[in-house]
Design a protein around this ligand. Sequence first.
Ligand code: TLP
Length: 361
Amino acid sequence: MTAQHNLEQNSKLPLIDLRSDTVTRPTPAMREAMFEAEVGDDVFGEDPTITKLEETAAERTGKDAALFVSSGTMANLVSLLSQTRAGDELLVGDRAHIVRAEAGGVSRLGGVLATTLPNQPDGGLDPELIPAAVRPDDMHQPRTTLLALENTHNFCGGTVVSLERTQEIADAAREHGLRVHLDGARIFNAAAASGHSVAELAGPADSVAFCLSKGLGAPVGSLICGDEAFIAEARRTRKLVGGGMRQAGIIAAAGLVALDQMVDRLHDDHANARQLARGLAELGFNINPESVQTNIVIVQLDTSNDPTPSPKLQAQLKQIGVLVTTPDRAKIRLVTHADLSSEDCAEALRRMAEAEVGPAA
Ligand code: TLP
C-alpha cells in the first residue's frame, strides 16, 4: 500500500488540531460562569465581573492595576501606543509576534518606528546590543523610548526567557531611559516551565500583556497590567482603538475560571509537546525533544530538495486529520492545549507513521 493510498483512505479521521492553543473551546465551568455572570457597562466602570478579573490579573502579575481587552494583539497595541508618541522608536526582537503577526499595528496606528534586534535562541535579546541601538538626543533621529520582550517566545519555539535574562535586558533598556513592555501572551506557560511566578517574570517590565484565550482555554480576552498611571492611559487608548466593551463581564467570567482552574494543568500540555517532539524525532524529523520547553514545537524541515517544504507537509498532515501551521515555508508548528490529551498526540504520531508522513514525504 502506498503512502498516498493511506492518505486518501484516512481522510475521514477525527481531527487532531495542533494549529494553536487558541482553538480550545470553553469548559463547562466557563460556560456556566458566563451564564451566571453579573454584568454592567464597563465603559462606565460598572461591570463587577470585569473589575474582579482586572484585580485578579493585577495581583497575579504583581502590578498595581490591569485592563481587560479583547485580544493579545489589542493588548500589545494598546500597551505600545500608551507608552510612545508618533515618531518614537521601539526596539523589539526580529522574531517577535509584534513584528511578525500583528499587521504592523504599532507603525500603522501608532506612527512608531519598530527597529529589530536579533532574537537569541532563548527568545531574549542580547543586552550588549541595546546601548548602541538607543539613539542619541539628536533632532534628526527618532526618540528610542520603548523596548518590547516576549515570554514565552512563540516563533523561537515556545522558549522561556529566564528571569535573569529578562532582568539584564530590562536593566540595559532602563539605563538608557527606555520603558519595557513584555508580551506575555503565554507567560503562565513560562511560569509553569521555569518555576518562577508570573509576578517574578513580569517584575522587570513596566507593562505586561497576557492572554486568557491561549493555554488557559478561555474563549476571548487578554489583560494589560502595569502601574496606575499607565493603566489610566491604556484605558484611554483602548477607547481610541474602539476596544471599550460594555457588558463584557459575560466573557470576563470565563477568564476568571481560566485563572482559577486552567493554570495548574499547563504542565500536561508541556509534557504532551515533549511527547510529540520525541515521536517526531523517531520519525526522522530534525528536532531535539530536549529543546521543547513549553507547549509549542517548531520543526525545521529539510530544504535540500525543496526550499519551501512546509505547505506540502501541512497538506499531507491534513489528509490524515492532523492540523498544523507553518510559521514559515520551511517550518511547521505544533501546539498542545487543553482540548488535546496525551492519547491524541500518540494518535497523531501513529497516523504519521502509518501514512509514512516523514521529513522526506
Ligand atoms: N499568536 C497566534 C498567531 O497569531 C500566531 C498563535 O497561534 O500563536 N503575542 C503572542 C506571543 C502570540 O503568540 C499571539 C497570538 C498574540 C500576541 C496575539 O494574540 P491574539 O491572537 O489574541 O490577538
